[in-house]
Ligand binder design. Structure first.
Ligand code: SF4
Ligand code: SF4
Length: 175
C-alpha cells in the first residue's frame, strides 16, 4: 500500500518535471492565426457548380434536418425548370455548427468552412441572407455538378445518360 502511494506520488512529480523543460505551445491569437483543417465546422456558405450556377435547388432538406431550425428559404423555379431559393436565410445566432445541413445536402451546395471569426455585437447582424452566403466557387468539392446528372429531364434511351448503366434485361435471368 505504502509502496503504491510512493509510486503514485513520484510518478506525478516526474510528469510535472518533464513538462518544465518543454517548449510552450501558447499561440498569440489574434496576432497568430493557425491554419485550420478544411473540414473544420464554422461559417456556412452556399456554393456554385462548375457551370457557375447556384447548386442549391431549394429542396428544404438542410432546413428539415437542422436541430435548431435556423435555416429558412423559399423555393422558386427558373424558366428552364431549374429550382433555386428565392431567398435563403441562416440565423447564425442559433446555429450550433453541427454540420447536419452539409451532410443532408444532396447537391453539396451548403458547406461549413473553417472561418470562425463571426462575432458581432448586434445580434441581428448574425442573420445572414443569400447574398451574404452565396460564393462564386465550389468550396470543398469544385468539380461536383449534381444538376448535370440528376436535375435535367431525361433525353435519349435509358443507359445513355452521364454515368448511367444500361438497364438489365430481366429476360436474361430466366432459366
Ligand atoms: S450547422 Fe447545424 S445548426 Fe447550423 S445551420 Fe447547419 S444543421 Fe443547423
Ligand atoms: S442547401 Fe442543399 S439541402 Fe439545403 S435546400 Fe439547398 S440543395 Fe437542399
Amino acid at each position: 500500500m505504502f509502496k503504491e502511494l510512493l509510486k503514485g506520488f513520484f510518478t506525478g512529480f516526474a510528469t510535472t518535471f518533464k513538462h518544465l523543460f518543454r517548449k510552450p505551445v501558447t499561440e498569440q491569437y489574434p496576432e497568430y492565426k493557425r491554419t485550420l483543417p478544411a473540414r473544420s465546422r464554422a461559417r456556412i456558405i452556399l456554393t456554385r457548380d462548375p457551370d457557375g450556377n447556384e447548386r442549391c435547388v431549394a429542396c428544404y432538406l438542410c432546413s428539415a434536418v437542422c436541430p435548431v431550425s435556423c435555416i429558412s428559404m423559399q423555393s422558386a423555379q427558373r424558366e428552364d425548370g431549374r429550382r433555386y431559393p428565392r431567398w435563403f436565410r441562416i440565423n447564425f445566432a442559433r446555429c450550433i455548427y453541427c454540420g447536419f445541413c452539409e451532410e443532408a445536402c444532396p447537391t453539396l451546395a451548403i458547406q461549413l468552412t473553417p472561418h470562425f471569426e463571426t462575432c458581432e455585437r448586434e445580434v441581428l447582424k448574425l442573420v445572414a441572407e443569400k447574398e451574404d452566403l452565396l460564393v462564386n466557387h465550389g468550396g470543398k468539392n469544385k468539380e461536383y455538378n449534381f444538376y448535370r446528372r440528376a436535375g435535367v429531364t431525361m433525353v435519349g434511351d435509358k443507359g445513355t445518360h452521364v454515368n448511367e448503366e444500361r438497364p438489365v434485361d430481366l429476360k436474361t435471368n430466366l432459366p
